[in-house]
Unconditional design. Structure first.
Lengths: 176, 176
């Protein structure tokens, strides 16, 4: 059954669980036969656990990572990083408007805005373009006021405590 | 590769994304070949999307819902609800200590405490029993101070805005 009343959900904040919540949404949606695309921004260095698991939910779930390993420069990013983000954003626009997907997740898109890889007005325009048959999920810390105002749901993931401060590294199967 | 330095993660707060983040963790872990068990408290009325999707990740992922449809009575729950929660908690203890699973998720366990289905001291004892080879995830709003103090990571999911206030109902594939 196709989705009706598709909403725009934003997961932001400095706590763990933003990308993971989006993966959980993708997983649940596949259980109902929805067609899901996740486009990841600034996510080089994989494959990560989610990419390996996604193969088991194909063809319902597709995850497309973009970006290079390492951090994007602030405040002026390398042209190569801008180019990779722009290509990913073009794919996102096609996915949101093309009718092939019920659930589209733009993972770390808020980061792509705050690192000056994508202009805010382009994301706001895409949010306006979204048809009612598509649920759109936007993740990443530092969501702009404009993006939050245009969204239907905003959850802030707030870090109360985190084990990385106790020296626990990023672990395969948990963080990546 | 078995997990090392298994941590205890808590997802609490009034915002959307707690169970969903736990599902995302389960999904990613399966991509790395970890063995995952999710036990859900107060989760009658299914099957939901996550139960249908879990079949596709078997045998790595098992989700066991417990409880009856509808709300548990406050402050004194029906004996039948207590009994169902206690059975689920016994299964959780066996899973955390038995060596069969790398990742154990107790979904809505915080709710089970706040609805007086499970005593806090039993959950605290289980957290102490957890071996280093197991990652333990606890979800649900109103996590107690004691549970948060004993955890290694706590994220508060904070509702900034939610579309249910605009009259959007719980939808198949998104909320359930």
């Amino acid at each position: 059954m196709p989705l009706e009343q598709g909403q725009i959900q934003v997961y932001t904040g400095n706590g763990k669980g933003k990308t993971t919540a989006a993966l959980g949404l993708a997983f649940r949606a596949c259980g109902r036969g929805l067609r899901v695309l996740m486009i990841q921004f600034m996510k080089g260095g994989g494959p990560y656990g989610e990419h390996l698991a996604a193969q088991k939910l194909a063809p319902l779930l597709t995850i497309i990572p973009s970006g290079r390993p390492g951090w994007v420069k602030r405040p002026v990013p390398d042209p190569e990083d801008v180019e990779l983000a722009r290509k990913a954003f073009a794919a996102a626009t096609a996915a949101v408007t093309g009718g092939e997907y019920d659930l589209v997740i733009l993972d770390e898109i808020n980061g792509a805005l705050s690192f000056n890889l994508i202009p805010e007005e382009e994301l706001l325009a895409l949010m306006k373009l979204k048809p009612g048959s598509v649920e759109l999920i936007l993740t990443g810390r530092d969501a702009t006021d404009g993006v939050m105002a245009a969204a239907d749901l905003v959850t802030e993931m707030k870090e109360i405590k985190h084990y990385y401060k106790a020296g626990i590294p990023s672990r395969e199967g948990i963080e990546k």
